[in-house]
Write a protein that binds this ligand. Structure first.
Ligand SMILES: [Zn+2]
Length: 185
């Protein structure tokens, strides 16, 4: 009888210590409750909308999974010029690098080229009485924004992306130092 009483308590304690450990190990990540988030895993992610809803914040879910659009000029990422990489905030897939970001004045973070051809998926979007090209994440198929053909050289493209579905990570200091050393040589 004692065992039955003890077992749930022991399980609970184990679970609690596990979740606490989990928190400390991913403290620098905003995606601690997201099991599919990875900046290195390239396997495609295919979850049900119900599962996404449990994992994502309401703001991210609305844009990424319901093809929503954040308010223009609302993203703190629109104007930053720091060197680094923009990952999919839903799954961690590398999408854009800071070198291809430009000031478009459209109200959303804008890039003229994705990291690679497979990092994003483009598909026709004829909703809202407009002919546009929707851009989705190549790994998790989350809605990111749209691509227009009025961007700067060399591509002439403007990837207009909702900042809420972007996860920006600054280039590491160590790398910056390394690059400086390379320039000197
Ligand atoms: Zn993704």
């Amino acid at each position: 009888m004692k065992i039955f009483l003890f077992l749930p308590l022991a399980l609970c304690m184990q679970f609690c210590s596990y979740s606490q450990h989990n928190k400390t190990s991913t403290m620098d990540s905003t995606n601690k409750n997201n099991p599919v988030y990875s900046t290195t895993d390239t396997n495609k992610v295919n979850l049900s909308e119900e599962e996404w809803k449990k994992i994502l914040s309401p703001e991210v879910y609305q844009v990424a999974r319901q093809k929503g659009t954040e308010r223009p000029w609302s993203s703190p990422l629109e104007h930053i010029k720091d060197k680094g990489t923009y990952y999919c905030a839903v799954c961690g897939n590398g999408l854009f690098v800071s070198d291809t970001k430009f000031e478009s004045g459209c109200g959303w973070p804008s890039f003229y080229q994705p990291v690679s051809k497979s990092s994003i998926i483009s598909t026709p979007d004829n909703t809202h009485g407009m002919k546009r090209t929707e851009v989705m994440c190549g790994r998790c198929k989350s809605h990111l924004g749209h691509v227009f053909e009025d961007g700067p050289p060399p591509t002439g493209l403007r990837y207009c992306i909702n900042g809420v579905v972007l996860d920006f990570q600054k280039a590491k200091q160590a790398e910056a130092g390394y690059n400086k050393d390379q320039e000197k040589q």
